[in-house]
Design a protein around this ligand. Structure first.
Ligand SMILES: [Zn+2]
Length: 325
């Protein structure tokens, strides 16, 4: 039977379930956390919990309402996404219409729920337009926002919503999910070390998506650093031609560097996308230099978010990486 699959994150489920059972008013909700943790699935799960005909505080997956939500065709669960090509929300086209529509009562019994995905793509004007409905929500309406991070949400919005952070899941839960999706244990262990506890990223990696390429680039950069090959290093960094790839590769390298420091200090080593590379890196350089590169990369991530020039940035990173040796 098809059912809602939410791994881990018991706290969020329990908290909302108890509010629903007690009949407490459910305010607007923000679910935030890195990509791949299942924020959109959680939003659907909450919508189904609110509208389930069995009123048990969590979705039964069987009633008419749950089944419609599972198939994304419940008339009162509205998915809001940006309509523009830029991928950003626009106040007039995307937000104002839902604000006025929110005052119309639900078609079916239960709640009318708006799921606004990628709230980090709402500019201040859009967020301000939503403030009014968050302040005085129309009777049977609930807004659920998802966002990659909390920083992109205005303080005024944060003070009016219930915020929940999605967590990575345990290794056991991730393994179960990967195997449920048709991969074997070897694949599961490979993806687990590359993206510990993040099922969405593991599946994208295993299905050969962008994250697979990111892992290949990150490993090439580490190999070039270990073999002290400046030309290969530059070549590998120059593959970071778009912001998302750059963010993904830098995240992976930072995790590999953390493991390298753990190898050199004799601490317990957590799995990363390239344990062998981390070990070899720890043999050729000092943990202080690895830590310095880690800080440089953390700074680079901020600069990528602030739209720094990628060509310049990757050249700088290649030069900074040569300081390892
Ligand atoms: Zn149900």
């Amino acid at each position: 039977m098809e059912r809602f699959r939410i791994y881990g994150n018991e706290y969020i489920k329990n908290k909302l379930s108890s509010m629903i059972i007690k009949g407490r008013m459910i305010p607007s909700i923000l679910i935030y956390g890195e990509k791949g943790l299942g924020k959109s699935e959680m939003a659907k799960y909450i919508a189904a919990s609110l509208n389930c005909e069995k009123h048990s505080g969590s979705p039964c997956s069987e009633c008419r309402s749950c089944r419609m939500i599972l198939h994304s065709n419940h008339p009162d669960v509205i998915y809001v996404t940006p309509s523009s090509k830029s991928g950003l929300y626009r106040v007039k086209e995307d937000i104002r219409p839902i604000v006025s529509d929110a005052y119309i009562p639900p078609n079916e019994s239960g709640k009318k729920i708006y799921i606004i995905d990628d709230a980090q793509k709402l500019n201040a004007e859009c967020q301000n337009a939503l403030l009014k409905v968050f302040e005085e929500p129309p009777g049977e309406t609930v807004f659920i926002l998802t966002a990659d991070n909390k920083q992109s949400v205005l303080e005024t919005v944060l003070s009016r919503v219930f915020s929940f952070e999605m967590s990575r899941v345990s290794q056991k839960q991730a393994e179960a999910a990967i195997i449920e999706n048709g991969f074997d244990e070897v694949k599961s262990s490979d993806s687990q070390s590359a993206f510990p506890g993040n099922i969405g990223k593991q599946l994208e990696y295993l299905n050969g998506g962008d994250l697979f390429d990111a892992v290949v680039i990150a490993r090439t950069i580490i190999d070039a650093a270990v073999s002290k090959n400046e030309y290969e290093l530059l070549k590998a960094y120059s593959q970071l031609t778009d912001r998302e790839t750059a963010q993904n590769v830098i995240d992976l390298i930072m995790e590999i560097l953390s493991s390298a420091v753990e190898y050199s200090t004799g601490a317990e080593v957590y799995p990363c996308a390239y344990n062998e590379g981390a070990k070899r890196l720890s043999d050729i350089t000092f943990s202080k230099r690895i830590a310095e590169l880690y800080d440089t990369l953390a700074g680079a991530k901020d600069r990528i978010q602030n739209y720094a020039n990628l060509n310049v940035l990757t050249a700088v990173l290649a030069a900074e990486t040569t300081r390892l040796w």
